[in-house]
Write a protein that binds this ligand. Sequence first.
Ligand SMILES: Nc1ncnc2c1ncn2[C@@H]1O[C@H](COP(=O)(O)OP(=O)(O)OP(=O)(O)O)[C@@H](O)[C@H]1O
Ligand SMILES: [Mg+2]
Length: 141
Amino acid sequence: MENKWIYTSNSEEDTEKIAAEFAKTLKKGDFIAFFGNLGSGKTAFVRGVASVLCPKARVQSPTYAIVNEYRGDIPIFHFDMYRILDDDSLYSVGFYDYFDRGGVIFTEWSENIPFALPDERYDITFEKTGDTGRIITIEKK
Ligand SMILES: Nc1ncnc2c1ncn2[C@@H]1O[C@H](COP(=O)(O)OP(=O)(O)OP(=O)(O)O)[C@@H](O)[C@H]1O
Ligand SMILES: [Mg+2]
């Protein structure tokens, strides 16, 4: 299938490289939904994307802030939906306002917000196959 790509990563650096390649295909307004467990590499993937789009940014987990913003030619809005359980909490963090802000949006823990995902998006799934093994599947919807 031409809208689905499957990668094997054996280290955090591999994941960042896969992400940096993916970053070159991104344009303003793109939405990327992450699926996958704790420590599977979602934040590491954003770090790889930021190395291309926002090279000065320091990427950290937005678990407490809910959203981190990184500045660059194409800004990155990096959400962690771990604590988000309903649409009201999405509104209170201004989630929907970010759609028109000319950046790319990443959502960790998209499992929690199926009702809020746009139809047109990338789904990226992270599966652990061992201590450092990961299968990363990118699907364009
Ligand atoms: N192949 C790999 N790709 C990415 N990270 C890896 C890999 N192998 C080991 N790791 C380690 O796994 C951890 C991944 O952490 P990261 O914060 O990116 O995960 P996460 O999916 O964002 O987790 P959380 O759901 O807690 O936010 C890091 O400690 C990293 O060093
Ligand atoms: Mg994370």
